[in-house]
Ligand binder design. Structure first.
Ligand SMILES: Cc1cc2nc3c(=O)[nH]c(=O)nc-3n(C[C@H](O)[C@H](O)[C@H](O)COP(=O)(O)OP(=O)(O)OC[C@H]3O[C@@H](n4cnc5c(N)ncnc54)[C@H](O)[C@@H]3O)c2cc1C
Length: 455
């Protein structure tokens, strides 16, 4: 039996971040992974989808080249080349990560692990015992009852990231982040796309104003969507799939992408048997990611916090530092930046207007239209930056729509997390012409001194 300071089950964003930080702090770490080091984010999630979105952006640029005075033509997508480019990015990052884990002397164990006692994980008949055990087994793509995933006509994001052709038409079931990103990719690649969403808006967790702007932009791009209506049934035929909705409408397409959310990977892993408190498959933790069982911790998509890679990184680092006695600050989940990398992008940090009001804040709002921003005009993008602020107090939320606005979150999250007021930000000079100028100008306007804004 091998003995470690930390035994980590799952080598995705949460697990490997915890391993790297704990090893950096001098701990003896075992990291157990049944698939590939890097997990969902690197192999089936963030990285492949963003590569596909970038290919889509280039395709759109080729289509629109004449707008910018460039003689070029969009002919077609070469999916072999797209996948080679995407897989090349993944492979390089994967190799880098493997090297990093090795260089920190982390014991990397390949195989399916199971918690067999409060301090031991068994893999391939071998036992790994830890003073601390960190559960980081992540999540899987969910489906709906009766909606069988065949990976050909009916698929999840796991299949969609590796498609070797561009379907002529696609139905995307679910208008959340993953659904909207794939809708954007496929539209750029030349497919007819229809999104079906049961809630009243696309990206419904965002501020309503952002959802509405994305819907406007998607309408303009020719991406179809049905909102506030639920899926009823589907039929797979020889040449496609037909979906019936509860309102009686039917839609047919080459493929159906099921993007209805992700559930925790926790079944049959011994968690309940060891007395860990769980809820609908999620492992419950306190604000330092401790479970109710002393010495067992849990991070990432396995716990009911935001399902984002950078949240997994943050939680993994938090656990490593807590174990090492550094007493890190608990994570403020309101301050986590969120991006939907569609065209246009939707990005936010902090509270929506509705949340700020629910929490009893005296709210003021400011909408800065990107029409007044030079760089946005150069890029030919439309959108806005919306500030939600406490009256005469700190900025409570920043909500953005437009090309590349995800990059503006670096500043937005500092403003929110440092509880800056509009008066703090307004005097900061932003480089011209950049999109970030719009961040400065929005705060200038909120501070009562608008420059390139009416009103
Ligand atoms: C299509 C898609 C796009 C996404 N895009 C983004 C994005 O742009 N930005 C962002 O922040 N997030 C994005 N995410 C979410 C992000 O990928 C996850 O939040 C993140 O991967 C969670 O990390 P994790 O470590 O909790 O889980 P995972 O990355 O799922 O890692 C868990 C690991 O545990 C392993 N494992 C499970 N059970 C066992 C076992 N019994 N024994 C051994 N190993 C086991 C699995 O093989 C896996 O590698 C996206 C997700 C998807 C699906």
């Amino acid at each position: 039996m091998a003995q470690f300071d930390l035994v980590i089950l799952g080598g995705g964003s949460g697990g490997y971040a915890c391993a790297l930080r704990a090893a950096q702090l001098g701990k003896n770490v075992a990291l157990i992974e049944s698939g590939k080091l890097g997990g969902t984010c690197l192999h089936r999630g963030c990285i492949p989808t963003k590569a596909l979105l970038h290919s889509g952006e280039i395709a759109d640029s080729a289509r629109e080249a004449s707008t910018f005075g460039v003689n070029a033509q969009f002919l077609s997508m070469d999916m072999v080349a797209v996948n080679a480019y995407k897989d090349g990015v993944i492979s390089k990052l994967h190799k880098g990560l493997q090297g990093l884990v090795k260089s920190r002397n982390i014991t990397f164990v390949e195989g399916h692990g199971r918690l067999v006692s409060k301090d031991t994980v068994e893999v391939n008949g071998e036992r790994y015992t830890g003073t601390n055990v960190v559960l980081a087994t992540g999540s899987y793509a969910k489906s709906l009852p009766g909606l069988e995933i065949d990976g050909v006509r009916v698929m999840t994001s796991d299949h969609a990231t590796n498609l070797t052709y561009v379907p002529k038409s696609v139905i995307v079931l679910g208008g959340g982040v993953i659904g909207c990103e794939f809708a954007s990719v496929w539209k750029s690649f030349g497919a007819e796309v229809t999104i079906i969403e049961g809630l009243p808006h696309l990206v419904a967790l965002e501020d309503e104003s952002s959802s509405k702007q994305l819907e406007r932009a998607y309408r303009k791009r020719g991406i179809n969507f049905e909102l506030g209506v639920r899926f009823k049934s589907h039929t797979v035929t020889a040449d496609g799939v037909t979906v019936e909705l509860e309102d009686g409408k039917t839609f047919s397409a080459d493929v159906l992408l099921v993007a209805v959310g992700r559930g925790p990977v926790s079944a049959n892993l011994g968690y309940e048997e060891q007395g860990i408190t769980m809820d609908r498959g999620y492992v419950l933790v306190d604000n330092k990611c401790r479970t109710n069982v002393p010495g067992i911790w849990a991070v990432g998509d396995l716990i009911p916090t935001l399902q984002l890679a950078h949240v997994g990184f943050g939680e993994g680092i938090l656990v490593a530092e807590e174990i090492c006695g550094l007493n890190p600050r608990p994570i403020n989940y309101d301050g986590v930046p969120r991006v939907t990398y569609s065209e246009p992008e939707v990005a936010s940090v902090g509270l929506t207007t509705a949340q700020a009001k629910e929490r009893g804040h005296d709210v003021v709002e400011l909408n800065y239209d990107l029409a007044g921003n030079g760089k946005a005009q150069i890029l030919r993008t439309a959108g806005s930056i919306k500030l939600v602020s406490q009256k005469n107090g700190p900025v409570l939320g920043i909500h953005m729509v437009g090309a590349r606005v995800g990059e503006l979150l670096a500043e937005a999250q500092l403003i929110f997390n440092w509880e800056a007021t509009a008066d703090d930000v307004a005097p900061l000079i932003h480089a011209h012409p950049t999109l970030s100028e719009a961040m400065g100008e929005a705060h200038m306007a909120l501070a009562g001194k608008p420059l390139h804004a009416h009103g």
